[in-house]
Design a protein around this ligand. Structure first.
Ligand code: PNS
Length: 160
């Protein structure tokens, strides 16, 4: 079985992420969306919340699994018997960081390859940080994130 892992913070998942998930799921037998469980990043949503969001937005895609990890990505991937890391590339500004990550992951485990997918141009400007910034000022984010995230952001900022 050809398994790929799409790792990330997903704080929160955006329409750009979802586009990569849907396209990636068409290419691999199983796509595991893996949320980094890293308390150091001070995320807005807990890992459980982010997983729940991802489960809801991928509910209709049969070959997608949602999981979290807190170890080295290459170790997690090997444990899942996968060989491919999927990452989305939005712009040249992403390239340097992604090249560094792909190179170190390949050095750590030469059996693992990173496959890059060009983000749909429609979402080239989109990031989780931008979404949070907009939502903070109560501006609409309905074109940028799934409905479940729009609602979750509204609740988060209402509570704050
Ligand atoms: O969505 P992000 O924050 O750009 O995702 C970054 C992520 C989770 C892919 C990266 O930080 C990661 O793989 N972390 C796990 C620790 C690790 O393996 N580090 C070495 C490669 S940088």
């Amino acid at each position: 079985m050809n398994i790929a892992v799409y790792p990330g913070s997903f704080d929160p998942v955006t329409n750009g992420h979802l586009d990569i998930i849907m396209r990636g799921a068409k290419v691999f037998d199983l796509l595991i969306v893996a949320v980094l469980n890293n308390s150091g990043k001070n995320p807005m949503f807990t890992v459980e919340e982010r997983k729940q969001h991802l489960i809801e937005v991928t509910r209709n895609i049969g070959n997608v699994e949602v999981d979290s990890f807190n170890n080295l990505l290459v170790d997690y991937i090997q444990a899942k018997q996968a060989r491919v890391i999927i990452r989305g590339l939005r712009a040249i500004s992403d390239f340097e960081y992604e090249l560094q990550m792909a190179s170190i992951n390949h050095k750590l485990s030469e059996n693992i390859e990173t496959f890059f997918m060009m983000t749909n141009p429609q979402y080239s400007y989109l990031s989780s940080s931008i979404v949070k910034e907009i939502a903070k000022y109560q501006a609409p984010v309905s074109d940028l994130v799934p409905k479940v995230i729009e609602d979750a952001l509204r609740i988060k900022y209402a509570v704050k």
